[in-house]
Design a protein around this ligand. Structure first.
Ligand code: ADP
Ligand code: ZN
Ligand code: ZN
Length: 733
């Protein structure tokens, strides 16, 4: 008997900048297609990977005009109902087409037009004998086997062969011998996961105990908590103990950290504390590894997922807790395409899943502090360092009219010297890589410009090369001024490279390491340099914000910050907040152990009120002052913003387009348009840019206006020549 051809109608979200799903038919020779699975579809002239968002829907398109899909790519959904709900919310909130949001949430390997590979497997070992039996087995003549057996037995579960090799060296022969003795057995582990080993937790300090108590009091349902504690106050220890109870109940934990904070040290700490299957997601992992972690998490095999921004979308069916470490960090905000904020998405995720979430920071975002003050979050504080070390005092050096040697003032150099002489470590922080930010003609004032951006080129490799930090353009530096032919070309200002050079000539006997994107380009370099810092071989560290967090330098006693003034005078209303966070974070690097530390800031504006508040009241004092400034100005977190950006090849087009956009919402009394204005750097990579801020005191009033824009802006005159985007809760202006 033949069944009639019964195509199903499915609605697919595809990664294109168009809102709404697109309807297709399945073919009856295909496997069953359900919501959350990926399908390959013809879209215009392209083949795209889409995600099924509904089945058996009523289509507005006549059935005979619908196309059939090319293939079903999965045999089980890549997104479960909870994930789809979260992503639908995020797509709506950030005004991003659902198809683009779903594609951004997927690991790159799963965005590709081929069927999903099965989860890769790798070899692992598990103890056969009970740990008592293992302990009584006589292995006195095989000490390496003893070590391995103890480690495997202590873990309680299986350990990956590769992680044993990583920890104990070439031990395959010993493992095989243990297997022959019947003490361990080989097992297959899901790829992408590492097996941690059980470690002992320190006894909590009284302050930590009170913090734990407060977290437990917040309950097991949706319970956001802001854990505010200076660097070294034992926040990570609190996260760990909270995680332990969740893991013990058989649930999964999602641990988010900023790219810069997800250091080998943190991962190693997780790995040597929990006898759990751990998946790590960050930019250094291969596409295949990321997809493996994703699958293992989705299958419930990963107990802990530690990852950066996009890990917030990892499917975890048994999720019981979310930790957001360094919740103030700017890298949680995606700056293109699907412009989500991972902390805010994590909060929504915790709410939908009805689970606790802990936001931790030494320098919470003003938004989070405000939410804590409004009692929307439990506010848990750790005022003291767990090890008893005191926070270093912060001092300023007024560098007005002082000569600077490679960006360093003589008073700062004089402060550094005794620390080096005592065998301690010193860190110099400057938020600019390269040799110098400008090449200038001494005779006529010409400055080497980027031809495509409204910005000077940065010198690299001494005065040999010029590079644009905005569009990537690079060229050989001229020997003569192109304007007046003078050979008096000077490097103006300083970047990490020049600072390191100046320190090298001043302290020739001291080993110096530079930490920035240029010096870290080679894989493994960061780890190697950090190892030299840990061993004490490197005494002087020069770096960008890469150095600001995550690392624990026991011998670091002095920190110099060379350029705080940029944060005090900026078009971006968040600049001062970022400066205060950075200064506090780098200060937290000093004096971690029993060696007291000190911090020196170079400034030309020692009297600036926000800087004064930071010096006298610490970050908390600064935050109060900054929050009251924000309240006066109706700025976030009191008012709410969305940014409409536009760019085009012509100078007038973005402004014209944005003026038309402003006119579209002018009738709404709840909204105010700030701008349009040209962007602070108007021309970038050959395109002119401008923006318009949409402001509302009530967050809910923004969204109908943004919906309206999305409908009408494609049709305003000249729109086809303008590239535009909406950024909800913009972080950088
Ligand atoms: P944070 O995350 O706030 O920077 P950590 O949790 O990393 O702080 O703790 C800082 C240091 O203090 C670490 O070396 C940690 O091992 C140690 N530490 C934390 N809590 C305790 C404790 N209760 N007893 C002893 N040492 C602790
Ligand atoms: Zn000149
Ligand atoms: Zn450029």
């Amino acid at each position: 008997m033949e069944t009639a051809f019964q195509p199903r109608l499915i609605r697919v979200a595809v990664p294109v900048p168009l809102h709404g799903g697109f309807d297709y038919l399945t073919r009856n020779d295909m496997p069953v297609a359900t919501v959350g699975m990926r399908v390959l579809v013809q879209f215009g002239r392209r083949k795209l990977v889409g995600v099924i968002v509904a089945v058996d829907v009523q289509s507005d398109v006549a059935a005979k005009r619908l196309r059939a899909i090319d293939a079903v790519l999965d045999d089980s959904p890549v997104f479960d109902a909870g994930q789809l709900r979260l992503l639908r919310w995020a797509a709506r909130y950030y005004h991003c087409p659902l198809g683009e949001a779903l594609a951004t949430a997927l690991p790159v390997a799963l965005r590709k037009t081929r069927t999903d590979k099965a989860q890769s497997r790798h070899r692992g070992w598990q103890a056969v004998a009970s740990s008592e039996a293992a302990a009584t087995t006589n292995l006195s003549r095989a000490p390496k086997q003893r070590l391995l057996l103890d480690c495997i037995a202590a873990s309680g579960t299986a350990i990956a062969h590769s992680s044993l090799l990583a920890r104990f060296g070439a031990v395959t022969a010993q493992l095989n011998a243990l297997e022959k003795r019947g003490l361990i057995t080989a097992v297959e582990l899901p790829g992408g996961l590492e097996q941690g080993v059980a470690g002992t937790a320190p006894a909590l300090t009284a302050e930590q105990q009170a913090a734990m108590q407060a977290l437990y009091q917040a309950g097991d349902g949706f319970a956001p908590a802001l854990l505010e504690g200076v660097t070294g106050s034992g926040k990570t220890e609190i996260y760990f103990q909270r995680m332990a109870t969740v893991l013990a109940s058989g649930r999964q934990v999602l641990f988010l950290a900023p790219e810069i904070g997800l250091t080998p040290q943190l991962i190693e700490r997780v790995r040597s504390r929990f006898a759990a299957a751990i998946g790590v997601l960050h930019s250094q992992r291969s596409e295949g590894e990321r997809a493996d972690v994703w699958r293992a998490a989705r299958a419930g095999d990963a107990d802990i997922v530690v990852g950066t921004r996009s890990a917030v979308f990892t499917p975890m069916p048994k999720l019981g807790l979310i930790i957001v470490d360094e919740e103030h960090d700017g890298s949680y905000k995606q700056q293109d395409g699907f412009r989500y904020h991972a902390r805010d998405v994590a909060l929504r995720r915790a709410q939908l899943a009805a689970i606790p979430i802990v936001l931790g920071s030494a320098t919470p975002a003003l938004e989070s502090l405000h939410n804590a003050e409004a009692a929307r979050y439990a506010h848990v504080r750790l005022a003291n360092r767990a090890t008893g070390a005191v926070m270093p005092p912060i001092n300023v050096i007024d560098v007005r009219s002082r000569p600077l040697l490679g960006g360093l003032s003589e008073p700062l150099l004089a402060r550094i010297e005794p620390h080096l002489a005592a065998g301690n470590q010193v860190m110099i922080f400057i938020n600019r890589r390269g040799f110098a930010p400008k090449l200038i003609c001494h005779d006529c004032g010409w400055v080497a410009p980027c031809v495509r951006c409204d910005a000077p080129l940065t010198l690299h490799g001494g005065i040999s090369r010029l590079q644009c930090h905005h569009c990537g353009a690079a060229e050989i530096a001229p020997k003569k001024c192109p304007a007046c032919s003078s050979e008096q070309l000077l490097a103006l200002g300083a970047g990490t490279e020049r600072v390191a050079g100046a320190l090298r000539s001043r302290f020739p006997q001291v080993a110096i390491a530079r930490f920035d994107r240029d010096s870290m380009a080679r894989k493994g370099r960061l780890e190697a340099q950090l190892a030299d810092v840990a061993s004490g071989a490197t005494q002087l560290l020069v770096g960008t914000q890469m150095l600001a967090k995550g690392h624990d330098f026991a011998r670091l006693t002095c920190v110099g910050v060379l350029d705080v003034d940029g944060g005090l005078f900026s078009a971006d209303f968040r600049a001062a907040e970022h400066m205060a966070q950075l200064v506090t974070q780098v200060a937290g690097r000093a004096g971690r152990a029993q060696r007291p530390g000190e911090v020196w800031l170079q400034t030309r504006h020692p009297e600036h009120p926000l800087l004064q508040r930071l010096l006298s009241g610490g970050y908390a004092g600064f935050a109060q002052a900054a929050l009251s400034e924000r309240r006066e100005a109706d700025l976030p977190p009191f008012g709410h913003l969305a940014l409409l950006r536009a760019e085009a090849h012509g100078e007038a087009e973005p402004m014209n387009f944005l003026s038309a956009a402003a006119a579209e919402v002018a009738q709404d009394a709840h909204l105010a348009c700030w701008g349009p204005v040209p962007a602070p750097m108007q021309r970038r990579a050959g395109r002119y840019r401008a923006h318009l801020l949409l402001h509302a005191m009530d967050r809910h009033k923004l969204h109908p206006a943004l919906d309206h824009w999305q409908q009408v802006l494609p049709d305003v005159p000249g729109a086809s020549r303008v590239r535009w985007s909406i950024d909800v809760d913009p972080q950088d202006l």
